[in-house]
Design a protein around this ligand. Structure first.
Ligand code: IMP
Length: 428
């Protein structure tokens, strides 16, 4: 059996966790392939609400093996805390079940400090990062000076590596950014303890994936963030530092494209974005506020209010193109209830020239010169949270979904109508 990829089609927070949750029963291994604890998903278990940032959201499906893949950057303090929280709820987090790929990279406290320092130095041009050290850790990886998780197999050697890199970062932090020095000794000691705790979870991630596929099991690949936050294909420089697109699953986990049977894009029925950068269909008005409140659009990781706006079809077409989507999951349709008329961006326009594609190839600056072209669709007033079948949706809601489907050229196979697991319409 094959690999199924779940990727964000917008700027993240599309509700990938609920799609993973729905597909987990048929999966043997569920693997995160990119990002770090900048991502976040809320898991409700045993009456407790957990915010997970690293452990794949399928962890509550006891038959699954959860892999944190090589494309991920890991803050070990955060990972240990998540394992503890899950264990306290009675979830199996033993090394036989929760695996960490040896080629994942390690986030240090100084990576976080550098993230903050660089953001402050950018002043008004700040990117609005989550300040979790994501960018600096991937930068060290690309510069080939990073620390990999596999080094934790030898906690003493790992602690020495941590001390070395912390010293190098500290020179930068004190000289270039005028910050206080970080205690190298304390950091090394803390990381020695994390290594002791995590070393049995280490695995050859690519080999695990290969075995899973060879044995005929399903591999479910969980992307973090979304297409427009992808380092290469997003709204650069207002992006994250990893490969959030479908290709990132292949490099992040170490398997080939022939294994991929399905690529599911996840999009909200509207658009949101956290952090800075262009957002052509943003609503800086009451409708935007209404969507934020109804949809509870506040960041899982930072609590920041998310910017809200109309659905942008050129963005979704772009996501189909960049990821090779086979189908789309459209979440949070219920949030649009009561808004009439609804507007949807169908194209872009600049100096009288109209295009159907999302004009991002020349960067964020160039995108600002284009204006979205809208079409209006009728809204609906009926509550739809109880809908479980397509036929339960009011005609205007059905029309909205089919309009999107026809415009992007791939089927919408899931419609989310509320936060609960059951509030899902599976089509086809
Ligand atoms: P970083 O990933 O912390 O470097 O932040 C870079 C950009 O990505 C910022 O605009 C963040 O708000 C955004 N970002 C990072 N992770 C997420 C996420 O999980 N959801 C939404 N936005 C994110």
């Amino acid at each position: 059996m094959p690999a199924i990829l779940v990727v964000g089609a917008q700027w993240g927070d599309e509700g990938k966790g609920r799609v993973i949750d729905g597909l987990a029963p048929q999966a043997h291994v569920v693997a995160r392939y990119n990002g770090g604890d900048n991502a976040g998903h809320t898991v409700v278990a045993e009456g407790h609400t957990l915010r997970l940032h690293l452990v794949p959201s399928a962890v509550l499906h006891p038959h699954t093996i959860c892999l944190i893949g090589g494309g991920v950057v890991v803050n070990p303090e955060r990972l240990v805390a998540e394992l503890d929280e899950l264990a306290a709820l009675g979830v199996d987090v033993e090394p036989g079940r929760i695996k960490l790929a040896a080629n994942a990279h390690i986030i240090l406290p100084t990576h976080r400090a550098l993230d903050g320092a660089r953001e402050r130095a950018r002043g008004r041009g700040a990117l609005g990062t989550t300040r979790r050290g994501i960018g600096p850790t991937y930068a060290d990886k690309a510069a080939r000076v990073g620390l990999r998780a596999g080094a934790m197999a030898d906690p003493e050697g790992f602690a020495e590596g941590v001390a070395e890199l912390t010293k190098a970062h500290t020179r930068l932090l004190t000289k270039q950014f005028g910050m206080e020095p970080v205690s190298v000794k304390e950091t090394a000691a803390a990381y020695y303890a994390y290594a002791q705790r995590l070393k049995d979870h280490l695995v050859d991630g690519s080999a695990l994936v290969a075995e899973t596929l060879a044995e005929g099991h399903t591999l479910l690949c969980e992307g973090a963030q979304g297409t427009l936050l992808d380092l290469d294909h997003g709204t650069y420089p207002f992006v994250t530092s990893s490969s959030a697109v479908a290709g990132g699953a292949l490099t992040g986990l170490g398997f080939g494209p022939r294994e991929v049977a399905r690529v599911i894009g996840v999009a909200k029925a509207y658009t949101t974005r956290v952090g800075a950068g262009p957002f052509p269909t943003e609503l800086a008005d009451e409708t935007g506020d209404r969507i934020r409140e109804t949809g509870q659009e506040y960041g899982t990781t930072t609590g920041r209010p998310r910017r809200c706006g109309w659905l942008d079809l050129p963005i979704l077409r772009y996501a189909v193109q960049v990821n090779g989507l086979t189908d789309l999951a459209l979440t949070k349709l219920d949030v649009l209830t009561g808004i009439h008329p609804l507007r949807v961006a169908v194209a872009y326009e600049r100096g009288g020239r109209r295009i159907e594609r999302f004009p991002i190839a020349f960067g964020a600056e160039d995108l600002l010169a284009w204006r979205p072209v809208y079409e209006e669709l009728p809204g609906w007033a009926e509550e739809i949270g109880g809908a479980r079948r397509w036929e339960d949706l009011p005609p205007a809601a059905q029309e909205y979904v089919t309009f999107v489907e026809e415009a992007i050229g791939v089927p919408i196979t899931l419609v989310g109508v509320g936060p609960d697991r059951e509030q899902t319409i599976w089509r086809r």
